[in-house]
Design a protein. Structure first.
Length: 449
């Protein structure tokens, strides 16, 4: 085998940068950008015709494919394609991101302008491994503010088989990509734009292409080219979700000038039955879970014995930042006409209800009268009595109770509603979150300051 057919001395240098890069890592001190820089050595192996390798002979090299594993053997990059730029006879790639730590370069291939493998670094144990000083895998470390240099040597593929290099195959699909810039902002009370962090999800052809949190005013994102439409969703707690669809041509207009997205702060939250849980507690079946289509607060008699019912309600407040001050929180409860008709009459007067803050965890599918959570009686809110138990009760002001839950998300266990005085033949019946009449299900409206 004539070793003069091979190219050696192409160097790979991984340089850690401290400046901003396409993944906006300026605020993340555990990541370093990595650049691949290649130069043609003066001692490059001569070709078969005896001439020294000229720089013009490698201008057809367009990009590199690299696979890198972390210290645990997990691939952090798998055949990652990196574009090459010719610069004064050298080749410089776009940057990769690596956290500070130990890594292994497991695969290294160079592609020509047609996307074909032109060069490869042989793996240890392969037939061509003896032709290079350091076959793959090559161990290296990435440190902050230090230059890490890795020098794999590549051989021209020529007529060799992938197995000669230790690869199962060189088959791969050339992925064409493009970059676009994006800025994420919120607006303060003076309508001044403030760069912020948010989560971006990008889907195309019903496939999620990108899902990550980005930070700052300028982020350069790389996505696959050639797809029909790109749907972008930007989410941030306390702000309305941004959702828009673009064509590739539209996104390419933002290659240098960012696509700036301004998130609108949510001033009003409406929690419907998807965000509310509820369950009735009854002393008649003290060990039964009564998670049904109605929530009830009454005292009646069954077989001559008094029976009381109370109900619990829980609210998903996760979209509201902890400590956020609210202007109001109003709960609306509605009587449902499909209520059971076993109680012929509904007596009004003294059917006042009290709403107390719950201070223990509970589950709507397992809670019973006997294991019902305790409550905080101080600060209870009173719902005045009415003429019967078949009355809607819209816009019940429970602002201080909801504010208390927002102030302490770990203690957000909901509320319990019961009669102020549990006296027989006083009742209130409402549709639950499972009631078949959707328009009768409970609603909580919260307005932020």
């Amino acid at each position: 085998m004539n070793t003069k057919n091979f190219l050696t001395g192409i160097f790979l240098i991984l340089v850690a940068f401290t400046a901003c890069n396409k993944d906006s890592i300026e605020d993340n001190k555990t990541l370093s950008p990595v650049e691949f820089k290649m130069t043609v050595s003066e001692n490059s192996t001569k070709s078969a015709v005896g001439n020294k390798l000229k720089t013009t002979e490698v201008t057809n090299v367009k990009s590199a494919l690299v696979s890198i594993a972390d210290d645990n053997g997990n691939l952090v990059y798998e055949l990652e394609q990196i574009e090459l730029i010719s610069f004064n006879g050298n080749f410089i790639t776009n940057k990769l991101l690596l956290e500070v730590g130990h890594y292994t370069l497991t695969e290294f291939l160079l592609l020509d302008i047609n996307g074909n493998v032109a060069y490869a670094t042989p793996k240890d144990g392969s037939d061509l491994a003896n032709l290079v000083n350091d076959p793959l895998a090559i161990n290296f470390s990435v440190n902050l503010n230090e230059t890490t240099t890795v020098t794999p040597e590549v051989l021209r593929i020529d007529n060799f088989e992938p197995s000669d290099f230790g690869y199962v195959e060189f088959g791969f699909r050339y992925i064409k990509t493009f970059d676009f810039a994006m800025g994420i902002y919120t607006l303060d009370d003076n309508q001044t734009a403030i760069a912020t962090n948010a989560n971006i999800t990008l889907t195309a052809n019903n496939k999620e292409c990108l899902n990550k949190e980005i930070n700052g005013a300028l982020n350069v994102l790389t996505i696959n080219d050639g797809l029909q439409n790109y749907s972008i969703k930007v989410e941030k707690s306390g702000y309305k979700t941004f959702s828009e669809t673009y064509t590739a041509e539209q996104l390419k207009q933002y290659e240098t000038t960012p696509l700036n997205i301004y998130l609108e702060e949510i001033k009003e939250f409406t929690l419907d039955y998807n965000k509310i849980t509820d369950a009735t507690l009854t002393s008649y079946y003290p060990d039964n879970n009564e998670n049904g289509t109605f929530i009830q607060a009454f005292t009646w008699t069954f077989t001559g014995d008094p029976v009381s019912c109370r109900f619990l309600m829980g609210f998903d407040l996760s979209e509201i930042p902890e400590g956020q001050q609210i202007k109001s929180a109003k709960l609306s409860l509605f009587y449902a006409d499909n209520h059971i008709a076993s109680l012929e009459e509904y007596y009004g007067g003294q059917n006042d209800l009290k709403i107390e803050l719950v201070d223990q965890v509970w589950d709507e599918t397992t809670v019973t009268w006997n294991n019902q959570p305790s409550t905080i009686s101080n600060g209870a809110i009173i719902i005045p009595s009415d003429e019967n138990g078949k009355i809607d009760k819209p816009d019940i002001d429970i602002t201080p109770l909801i504010q208390a839950m927002i102030n302490n998300s770990d203690g957000s266990f909901g509320i319990k509603i019961s009669q102020v005085v549990e006296t027989i033949y006083k009742s209130s019946f409402f549709a639950s979150t499972e009631n078949e009449f959707v328009d009768k299900r409970p609603i909580l409206k919260i307005i932020l300051n």
